[in-house]
Design a protein around this ligand. Structure first.
Ligand code: GRF
Length: 226
């Protein structure tokens, strides 16, 4: 079972050397999606523990959210590493040292490279504020407004070397209003992000899914009452 996504079958926590329900969260900024994960764990919607929060920015507000929740908060400043691969390898070491099984990018503003992806095959999730494959990259909400779409939304996907291009786990749609600004549209999408990310992590952790080409496929229909 290598990093070839076409042969990957996730049955749920079968790997050794890591706690099957331990998450590592990577952030760069305010950390509202981190907070959504913390809250979902706190109120029982998500059966998991956050083993570590890592920020590449020393002043990220999300670091305080982690500390307030009693979660270890680590700064790995990318500027301190000679290459992107060196930075990625430092993150792998920090995540592995804390038994992390699945990595959640939550507003993490660095490209993720092969050392991290190969260390966590099909086990890195990202949340993006658009209905991918529309509007990858930065300023997705601004891209959506500029394009004039009537439906926007959020996507949780597996991270591959293709920017915002990995298999889609879950999506949620929101309407775009004629009087929307980037701020109002972003706020409407963010509400869905906060609901969607914990749900996607739960789906991932519960297993029983596989990757079929580009598709993330559940072997049994999802129980939406949970
Ligand atoms: C969110 O809109 C997320 O979709 C994007 O970056 C933003 C991060 O916000 N990847 P926060 O730091 O989780 O509040």
């Amino acid at each position: 079972m290598g990093s070839d996504p076409s042969v990957f079958l996730q049955t749920g926590g079968e790997r050794t050397g890591s706690d099957p329900r331990t998450i590592g969260v990577l952030i760069s900024g305010r950390g509202s999606n981190l907070q959504a994960l913390i809250d979902a764990i706190g109120d029982g919607r998500l059966d998991a523990r956050i083993g570590v929060v890592i920020s590449n920015r020393p002043n990220a507000a999300g670091l305080d959210r982690a500390r307030q929740a009693g979660i270890e908060a680590v700064v790995l400043d990318h500027r301190g590493y000679a290459t992107r691969d060196d930075f990625d390898r430092a993150m792998v070491a920090a995540l592995r040292a804390r038994g992390v099984r699945v990595v959640c990018l939550a507003g993490f503003m660095r490209l993720v490279g092969a050392p991290l992806i190969d260390a966590f095959p099909n086990a890195i999730l990202n949340i993006h504020p658009s209905l991918l494959p529309a509007f990858p990259g930065i300023d997705a909400q601004q891209q959506a407004l500029a394009h004039g779409v009537k439906i926007a939304g959020a996507t949780v996907h597996l991270v591959t070397l293709e920017l915002d291009g990995g298999p889609i786990v879950l999506q949620a749609a929101v309407p775009v209003r004629d009087d929307d600004t980037v701020e109002t549209l972003s706020a409407r999408i963010l509400i869905e992000e906060h609901r969607l990310y914990p749900e996607a992590v739960r789906v991932w952790l519960d297993g029983g899914w596989s990757i079929d080409g580009r598709r993330f496929v559940l072997s049994a229909p999802r129980d939406s009452s949970r």
